[in-house]
Structures are given as structure tokens and as C-alpha cells.
Design a binder for this molecule. Structure first.
Ligand code: NAD
Length: 487
């Protein structure tokens, strides 16, 4: 792999400690980092290289999926880390950084390939991108890449402004937008699942699929993110990005030997075919919820508006359920139900594909027969499960569901951030969000944001520890379906 300087803005922040350092360490142990690899951690406060390396070590001991055992290996890893003071708005700090980076590239005879990872608040993205360009950090003869974390904008307009500004310094090919759901191993397998299995490929459309349910439920509440979360809610925090990405990854039809371009082009087609919700449809297609007090795992918990730093009159959404339709040849007529919420009964991210029942009504005792289901559990466990019907001839012909479960992987699988950082280092953008997808997602979500803003969608309270507002059940019941696995 080509030599790389990894420039990390926000090196003292939470994301760096919990995800980025552990990911880099595990890639290092797996020998997936370039031979010549250096990290420049940047932050506002003064810190020696040694103190920085110690804090990196602490985060590995706390958050790495692999135990840190071998001191020689650890030391070799830590030696790749340098620290430099940089305030994002101080132009002179970028000049100093440029000198340090160039000096190191020269000393170690590294090609000037530079990856800029912005693990800082989105309000800094534009300033940093512009300063990288102005300072000369971004104009070396090697490649440059910009890695940014969501949120990419707060609505359609701000997302467009952000993108316009970033594109003054980086081309689309150089921007790697992380949606960490795309780094999850099971999500990365979705595109291959139907493509490489003729048995699924043959059934993967509106002739055989009755409906699709995508759920991402959390048990936790707003935690320490009150200031951020109360301004975004479930619709921006989860739905606009992660949930729509899951929808895209599930529904694309790919040619054999597909490339990164194919994948992203097909995802764009899905978003373009997603039927826009008209103003008058939003009330019947979107359920907006907020958790009230309740019980989680036998412990009483506060409602959202009693959480620290949340205004008592907040009407922010902590739950959203939406019914969507993809208007293309394959999916026309198949309802997709997507929901995500905090303080739900179970923690689970899963996709349930419910197949049609061609034999329905064929026999009087068919009531006992369940539809075939393909369940793709993304987290916390990776499981693909098929629900089939079986019948014991001695049991008066009653049908019984039979489950075939494929547990996808054992313990200690690579984390999303490992997959994504490794891909970015290789310049592979398959599992990063292209601007077209981001823009189309905001475009699709904007009428919902407007309806929330104008209070045209009722806010339903649900008890913490439940499956969300009952209105979310009605969303499916009106089509004759129900959420699977809500027992
Ligand atoms: P954080 O507040 O813990 O860290 C932010 C970092 O930015 C700190 O290192 C801080 O020193 C630095 N910073 C702030 N102002 C600066 C300035 N003027 N000059 C230089 N550095 C400055 O935030 P975080 O949780 O690490 O999140 C970073 C980004 O990643 C955010 O955009 C966030 O939305 C996103 N994100 C975080 C998580 C997560 O799990 N923490 C998950 C997804 C996305």
C-alpha cells in the first residue's frame, strides 16, 4: 500500500479515542496499514508527542476489540504518532503543520499522500478544507483525501452549501463521507447476498416479496448528547443517513463484478425512484414519537423531556416510522417500513423480508401457516435466518414455522471503522456516501422536516421500554401486516 500521512483533526476528542485509534491499532496488528504510515494528531491544547502517545495507548486499552498484549508491537504502533497544536481557525498553525509533514515525508522518504480525517464538529469542515488547500497541505504531488463524519448538513439547503464549499478544495473522488452503518460487516455483505445467491436473486422483487421492514432500535436514551440530539432528532440522526443507506444497500440490483461506481450509481437510482411524499401524505406515512417515562430492563427511566439538558417542552422526535415505496420495475407495489427509536424494548438493527403467500386460502387449515421470512440481523449479532413452514403429518396437519439460522461470524470481527479506514487508505469509496445519495436523501426527507417544523405531524408519546407508539403498528396494520419480532 502507498505510504500515507494520516492527519487527524480532533485528536483529543471522543470519536478519535473510542473508534479511530482502536481501528488503526487493529489494522496495524492485521498488517493492513501501509508500511510507511504516520499519524499527525491535532488539537488546541499543548501536548508532547509522548503524552499524546500515552493517551492513544489508554484509549486502546479501553476500547480496542483486541487486548493490547505485546509491548513491542504496541510501541512500534505508538511510534507512528506525532502531535501538533492546531486551532482550526489559525492559518499559521496549518503552515507549521505543513512544515512538520514535509519534514517527516523527507526524512522517511514517504510519497506525499495525505489523508485528512476531520473528527471535529461539522461547523469546522469548511474552514478546515479551505485552509488545507490555502496552506499548501493539499497541493503536494501525491494524492489527498478528506474523510468527514456525519452530519452532512442540517437540511437540504445547508447540505448543499456545505458540499459547494468543500468542493472548492476537494473533488468528489477525494471526499470520503463516513456513514458507519456502511462499514458494518453485515451491511457490506448485503450487495453480495442476492447477487451471489441465485436462490435469493430469483425472489428479490415485487413478484415474491410482500413487504420489507427495516428496524434500528436502541435501548439507550439521549445520554450525554442532549445539546446535539435535541436539534436533530431521530429523523436527522438516524433516518436521513443510516436508515436510507440500509434501504439502498438492500434494494440495489447489481451486475456481476460490480465496481464502486456501479454500487453508487445503483444507489442513486434507488433514491431517484423513491416516491416523494406529498404534503397531504405525510400524516399517513410518517409516525413521529418521543419516549416518555418507562421501564428498561426492570429499571425505571425518565422520559425524554426530564433528561438532563433537554427543555421540558421539547417536541423533538426520538422515534420515527415511515412507509416508503420505490417506484421502479422491481419494487413497485412493495411497501418498505422503516423505523428507528431510542429507549425501545430491545437493541436490534435488522431487516425482515416478508414473502408473499401464494398458497394462502388453499386449505382450510392454512391459518397456522406463517409467511416465509428472510431475516438479516445486522447488530448486535450477525445472523441470517430463514423462516420456512414445516408440517408434522402426525400433528393433524398443522403448520409449524422452522427457522434456519446462519450465524455469520464469531467474536472479534473487525469493527465498522476498521473496514472504512482501510478502504479510505486504499482509495476505495464503495462504502462511503456519494454526494448524490446524500443530496437525494435530504431531498426526500425535507418535506418531513418541514411538516415537523410546521407541527403538521402529531408527536406521539411512547413508554420507554416499549416498541414505540401504537401508531407505528397501525402503519402496517392498514396494509394487513405487522412488525415482526415485537413480542
Ligand atoms: P468531541 O467534542 O469529543 O471532539 C471534538 C474535537 O474537536 C476535540 O478534539 C476538540 O479539541 C476539537 N476542536 C474543537 N474546537 C476546535 C478548534 N477550534 N480547533 C481545533 N480543534 C478543535 O466530538 P466527537 O464526539 O469526537 O465528534 C467528532 C465528530 O464526529 C463530530 O462531527 C460528530 O458529529 C461526529 N461523530 C461522532 C460520533 C461519536 O461516536 N462520538 C459518532 C458519529 C459521528
Amino acid at each position: 500500500m502507498e505510504s500515507t500521512t494520516f492527519v487527524l483533526f480532533g485528536a483529543t476528542g471522543d470519536l478519535a479515542k473510542r473508534k479511530i485509534y482502536p481501528a488503526l491499532y487493529n489494522l496495524f496488528v492485521d498488517q493492513k496499514l501501509p508500511e510507511a504510515f504516520r499519524v499527525f494528531g491535532l488539537g488546541r491544547r499543548e501536548l508532547s508527542d509522548e503524552a499524546f502517545q500515552t493517551s492513544v495507548e489508554q484509549s486502546l486499552r479501553k476500547f480496542s476489540r483486541r487486548e493490547v498484549k505485546d509491548p513491542v508491537l504496541l510501541n512500534k504502533f505508538l511510534q507512528t504518532f506525532r502531535y501538533s497544536v492546531l486551532d482550526v481557525s489559525h492559518k499559521e498553525d496549518y503552515q507549521k503543520l505543513l512544515q512538520l509533514v514535509e519534514q517527516q515525508e523527507e526524512e522517511l522518504r514517504m510519497a506525499p499522500n495525505r489523508m485528512f480525517y476531520l473528527s471535529v464538529g461539522p461547523e469546522f469542515f469548511e474552514t478546515i478544507a479551505a485552509s488545507i488547500q490555502e496552506s499548501g497541505l493539499g497541493s503536494a504531488s501525491g494524492w489527498k483525501r478528506l474523510v468527514i463524519e456525519k452530519p452532512f448538513g442540517h437540511d437540504l439547503q445547508s447540505a448543499r452549501e456545505l458540499n459547494n464549499n468543500l468542493s472548492k478544495s476537494f473533488t468528489e473522488d477525494e471526499i470520503f463521507r463516513i456513514d458507519h452503518y456502511l462499514g458494518k460487516p453485515m451491511v457490506q455483505k448485503l450487495e453480495m447476498l442476492q447477487q451471489s445467491n441465485p436462490v435469493l436473486q430469483a425472489l428479490w422483487d415485487n413478484r415474491y416479496i410482500a413487504n420489507v421492514q427495516i428496524t434500528a432500535n436502541e435501548i439507550v436514551g439521549v445520554e450525554e448528547r442532549a445539546g446535539y440530539y435535541d436539534h436533530v432528532g431521530a429523523v436527522r440522526d438516524m433516518f436521513q443517513n443510516h436508515m436510507l443507506q440500509l434501504l439502498m444497500m438492500l434494494t440495489i440490483h447489481l451486475p456481476n463484478n460490480s465496481t464502486s461506481e456501479n454500487v453508487r450509481f445503483k444507489k442513486k437510482l434507488v433514491m431517484e425512484a423513491l416516491e416523494l411524499l406529498q404534503k397531504e401524505d405525510i400524516g399517513s406515512h410518517v409516525v413521529r414519537g418521543q419516549y416518555g417515562a418507562g421501564t428498561i430492563q426492570s429499571k425505571p427511566v425518565f422520559g425524554y423531556t426530564s433528561e438532563p439538558n433537554i427543555p421540558a417542552d421539547s417536541s423533538n422526535d426520538t422515534f420515527i416510522a415511515v412507509k416508503l415505496q420505490i417506484d421502479d420495475y422491481s419494487w413497485r407495489g412493495v411497501p418498505f417500513y422503516i423505523r428507528t427509536g431510542k429507549r425501545m424494548k430491545d437493541k436490534s438493527t435488522r431487516i425482515v423480508i416478508e414473502f408473499k403467500e401464494p398458497l394462502k386460502q388453499s386449505k382450510a387449515n392454512d391459518d397456522t401457516k406463517k409467511p416465509n421470512l428472510l431475516v438479516i440481523e445486522i447488530s448486535p449479532n450477525e445472523v441470517i435466518s430463514l423462516q420456512l413452514n414445516t408440517r408434522n403429518p402426525q400433528n393433524k396437519g398443522e403448520f409449524k414455522p422452522m427457522h434456519i439460522d446462519f450465524h455469520e461470524s464469531g467474536d472479534n470481527v473487525p469493527e465498522a471503522y476498521e473496514n472504512l479506514i482501510s478502504d479510505a487508505l486504499h482509495g476505495d469509496s464503495t462504502f462511503f456516501a456519494h454526494w448524490d445519495e446524500v443530496e437525494l436523501s435530504w431531498q426526500w426527507v425535507q418535506p418531513i422536516l418541514d411538516a415537523y417544523e410546521e407541527n403538521r405531524v402529531p408527536l406521539h408519546l411512547y413508554a420507554a421500554g416499549s416498541n414505540g407508539p401504537t401508531e407505528s403498528d397501525e402503519l402496517l396494520a392498514q396494509d394487513g401486516y405487522h412488525w415482526w419480532f415485537d413480542e
